[in-house]
Ligand binder design. Structure first.
Ligand SMILES: Cc1cc2nc3c(=O)[nH]c(=O)nc-3n(C[C@H](O)[C@H](O)[C@H](O)COP(=O)(O)OP(=O)(O)OC[C@H]3O[C@@H](n4cnc5c(N)ncnc54)[C@H](O)[C@@H]3O)c2cc1C
Length: 507
């Protein structure tokens, strides 16, 4: 049997499902193939954080996540490489985070993708891929047997151990840190007493303060303990053992690990969450091999928590409209290649601060303690805190685009616009993921140029309370493609060049 699709997506994790909704929004038919017949029960991410929250707000679907997770929060502090970042001195936090289980994120994304017309097939494993000049073919093993799917493009969203990446011949260089991290939410058993200030009295060991306890066998950590309430416990041990992600961690494994690190047995019971992970720092050398592209964990693995979903889902927002343009046949030369250029660049930025965290966190001697103390001190300064928050949120990224205006290459700020038809905002205008040209200072010579691309972009004029530019051109991924300086002459030829680069020939 042979099936056809506009785009094949391998993997129904958060990356594959986000890509499916963004592609559907752009008007193409994605087919998502997922090897597991049901969503896995193994707990993974416990929250969404960073710029993706703003993007989901721009798409008008943040409330769907809030309904099953919790309200978009501004965390007072975040752990960073063994140092606590305290954002409370800042008037506005540079980092937003929403506690929500990854399985719920996937539920919401899948529902949205299906509503928009995507097809998601579970129990369908891609076992081989091949491509020629015009198409990609995936060999699939489904519940009814083997079959083939053919499409102009295929995106590997099949996770860190991506077999599609290997089949496409894309190298994934980097480091696997020789450690296993284990995390559990449990009740402490008989004999362990909760003391003042959230500390524990552990039989055979005595008082252990909450936070990180380093021994020569690893690290044990827990949050402030409260009598009768579940406790989050964590261990890191240097180990080279491989484990299978599909083989969930057990309570016994956690207990044995704590015993190895502390040298005494700590009774724990009634787990509500059990997970383990190994940090890797890896990035695919190229996010594209012909008609096969990579996104999410298949493209990058970062060695610190809290950034992977943000990076992977933002990959798909960058990729979807470019891929749709290629499928629909109007993509200008080089548009699809800009996906690798921009998202690999963003990945390098994320790698920079997550690898720095490894150096700070893993080092174990007095010099390392001194380095952590110096960082703690530096990170109490506002500009350093703001910079670090932007780093973690991914909002420091400015794609290397043509033009000098400070907005170009960055995420479009959410301005309120007063137009002849009423008040709107950039967030509202980005819901449909259509490109937008905004004239904010009555610049008819620029509007006239934009009008030549009216078949591809929306054109709006209005006034803003705060005017960072006289006019802006915003791509569907909310990246500012071009901007005119405030009260400065702008060359319409520059706008014309930007429109041609991103949206092809004029009408
Ligand atoms: C314990 C733990 C805690 C974490 N905490 C956080 C956190 O707090 N914040 C954060 O941002 N990230 C966190 N992460 C990382 C986050 O879970 C991953 O970055 C995220 O799952 C990556 O999404 P993905 O869609 O790219 O890949 P995956 O979620 O791995 O999804 C890939 C999908 O592809 C399917 N697949 C694979 N091969 C095939 C094939 N051949 N055919 C068909 N389907 C296939 C798989 O079954 C899977 O469903 C955590 C991870 C772990 C393990």
């Amino acid at each position: 049997m042979r099936v056809e699709a506009d785009v094949i997506i391998v993997g129904a994790g958060p990356t594959g499902l986000m890509l499916a909704s963004e592609l559907s929004l752009a008007g193409v038919r994605p087919l998502v193939l997922e090897r597991h017949s049901q969503r896995r029960a193994t707990p993974k991410a416990s929250g969404l954080g960073g710029q993706i929250l703003q993007l989901l707000g721009y798409r008008g679907i943040l409330d769907r996540f809030e309904a099953v997770g919790s309200k978009n929060l501004v965390p007072a502090s975040l752990p960073w490489g063994g140092v606590e970042l305290d954002f409370t001195p800042l008037p506005e936090s540079p980092m937003h985070a929403m506690p929500i289980a990854q399985a719920l994120v996937e539920d919401v994304l899948e529902q949205r993708a299906v509503e928009l017309g995507a097809e998601v097939l579970r129990g369908h494993a891609v076992v081989a891929v091949r491509q020629d000049d015009d198409t990609v073919t995936a060999e699939v093993r489904g519940p009814e047997g083997a079959y083939q799917v053919t499409a102009p493009y295929l995106v590997a969203c099949d996770g860190g151990r991506s077999s599609v990446r290997a089949m496409a011949g894309l190298a994934f260089p980097g480091t696997t840190y020789p450690e296993i991290n284990r995390f559990a939410t449990v009740m402490v058993g008989d004999g362990v007493r909760v003391l003042d200030n959230g500390a524990l009295d552990i039989p055979g060991l005595g008082r252990v303060e909450w936070g990180f306890t380093r021994t020569d066998r690893g690290v044990f950590a827990f949050g402030p303990a409260v009598e009768g309430r579940p406790l989050s416990v964590f261990t890191t041990e240097d180990e080279l053992t491989e484990y299978d992600d599909d083989n969930p961690m057990t309570l016994e494994e956690m207990r044995i690990s704590i015993g190895r690190v502390l040298g005494v047995d700590v009774p724990i019971e009634s787990p509500t969450r059990l997970s383990r992970f190994t940090f890797q720092a890896r990035q695919a050398e190229s996010y594209r091999a012909g008609r096969i592209l990579l996104a999410g964990d298949a493209a990058h693995l970062f060695p610190a928590t809290g950034v992977a979903l943000n990076a992977g889902m933002l990959d798909t927002v960058n990729l979807a409209w470019k891929l749709a343009a290629a499928v629909q046949g109007w993509a200008p030369e080089g548009l699809l290649d800009s996906y690798h250029r921009e998202r690999h660049f963003a990945g390098v930025r994320t790698m920079l601060h997550t690898q720095a965290q490894v150096a700070l966190r893993r080092a174990q001697d007095p010099a390392a303690d001194a380095l952590r103390a110096v960082f703690r001190e530096l990170l109490s300064d506002r500009p350093a805190l703001e910079r670090m928050g932007a780093f973690i949120a991914g909002s420091d990224v400015r794609y290397p685009l043509t033009g000098d205006h400070h907005l170009i290459g960055g995420f479009a700020p959410d301005l309120t616009l007063h137009t002849d038809d009423g008040t709107t905002s950039i967030a509202e205008l980005m819901r449909t993921a259509r490109p937008v040209f905004l004239d904010l200072a009555d610049r008819p010579e620029l509007r006239e140029v934009a009008q030549e691309w009216a078949h591809r972009i929306e054109i709006h004029s209005g006034k803003t309370d705060y005017r960072p530019a006289d006019a802006v051109l915003i791509r569907p991924d909310a990246c500012v493609a071009w901007a005119a300086g405030v009260d400065e002459p702008a060359d319409p030829a520059d706008l014309r060049a930007a429109l041609t680069t991103w949206f092809g020939a004029a009408q």
